[in-house]
Every structure is written in structure tokens, then in C-alpha cells.
Design a protein around this ligand. Sequence first.
Ligand code: ADP
Length: 278
Amino acid sequence: SVVVVGSINLDVVVSCERFPRPGDTVPGSAVSYGQGGKGANQARAAARAGASATFIGAVGDDDAADRVMSALSNDVHVRASRAPGQTGVALVTVDTHGENTIVVVPGANSLLTLSDEDRRVISASDVLLVQLEVPVPVVLDAARAAQQAGTTVMLNPSPVIDLPADLWPLIDVAVVNRAEAHALRSPLDGVGTVVTTVGADGAELRGPDGLVRADGIAVAVADTTGAGDAFAGMLAASWHLPPAERLARANAAGALATTISGAASAPTAADVDAFLRT
Ligand code: ADP
């Protein structure tokens, strides 16, 4: 089972031909509202990947809270606390090349704390997956509970921020894109397993048994939003498999996610099975 401690947002996504420059107004072709946040997305991705998945996070006391929680609870066991104020919001623009820009308002995500029951859920899970859209003390708290119980601690250090030195010894697996790998290269040296995603070029895993690579998969890209989250969720759900298989499944999940618009684009285990068979 996989437990994710992280962010949950209302995503407001608009499509446009080109991004506005400062002071510009550009026409958009569509707007959609959906559940987002790296934490919630990765929890959903892990569930779709076949894992029993629990999400621990915080929402506000507004209408957006019900909207994002009901969207997530179809797939995931949701343990969301209600904080006073607004649910997190992400304003996403996507251009015709599938590139995106994102402004995130953290809202309730910055008020998340763990309960004793949350720590028990973490202790009882196989893999804890965390990102950095919730306060670092919460990430530390979750990672400590996991390490004490022998739960594998997987960190996707996104967005990159300065992290306390005492977090790194708690991390078993880091999942980073190129920019994160570069920004964090010295602390990552001390992490047992580092999985680096390289966009259209695929991914690689450096672990105790050496280096494994997964080549990039040529797909018709609609929108790269959510590719990294689909990758991380599938990786966490596949952690019990041998390294080459974990990586191949995560890489296929990332590639398939780019063929679908929106952040909630993670494929199912069956989608990935079918894809890997062809
Ligand atoms: P992030 O979106 O977090 O920056 P990447 O861009 O490295 O991360 O993408 C994560 C994973 O998604 C890649 O390892 C790959 O599996 C898949 N992916 C992303 N972009 C593409 C693409 N253009 N073509 C095929 N696969 C892609």
C-alpha cells in the first residue's frame, strides 16, 4: 500500500495559443476545473496503478474543498483535515505545444499537520510518498514515522526548496526531474536510490544494484501536465518489483500521461500493461 502526504488543490486550467507576456491579454480556447496538487495527483496515480492508496492532506472551509475531495475519493482513501480559509488553487495555462505555466496559491496546504492516526497509517504502509507543496516540518514528521516502521520513504522534491540536513538521511528514494537533479546534486549523493526523469528521453534509476535506464517513448503529446506525478505514483505502486520493471512501468505511465490533457491524466495498471505488451 502507498500513503501520500501532500498537497491538494483546485486546478483552474486554461488553454491558449501562446502564453501572455507581462501586460498582455491573450485569448484562451477552454477552461476546466479539476482536482490537482502534486500530493493528490500522485495518490490518484498510485491508486490507478493498482496500489491501495491513502492521501493525507488539508483543505479549506470553502466550496472548493468538497469539489476536490469528492473528485479524489473515487480512487483514493482520503484523510483530509479542514483548515480555516481557502483550499489551495493552481492557475494553469497550457499552450498548443503542451507546455504549461503554473501559479500555485497554497491556502490550506500550508496549514497541514499530522495526527497520531495519520502516523499510524504511515507506519502501516509499504511506501510513503511525499513532495514539497506542504510544510517541511510535516514532511519530516511523516518521514520519521515511516522510517521507524520500516516504510520506504520516497521524496519527490518538487518544487525545489532548501531542505534541512536531517531530512536527507530519512529518504530511501528520491524521484527528481533534470532541474531538481541539478539543484540538489550534493544532497542526492547520499540517497540510496535516485530516480531521474528526463522528459521525452525517459528515466534512469541509480540504486544499490547499479544503474538502470528506460528509453524515452515516442507518443503524441497533448499536455505534459501530470506526467511527473503519473511517473511518481506508478513508481511507488511498483516498488515491490525489480528495479528495471519499476522503472519501465513508471516511464510508460509518464509517457501515457502526456497523451491526455489535464493533471489527472495518470494511466491505469491495465493501460500500462497493454502499452508495454505492444
Ligand atoms: P516533470 O514533468 O516532473 O518535469 P519529466 O518532464 O522528466 O518530469 O517527465 C516525467 C516522465 O514523463 C518522463 O520520465 C517520461 O516517462 C514521461 N514524459 C514526459 N515528457 C514526455 C514526452 N514528451 N514524451 C514521452 N514521455 C514523456
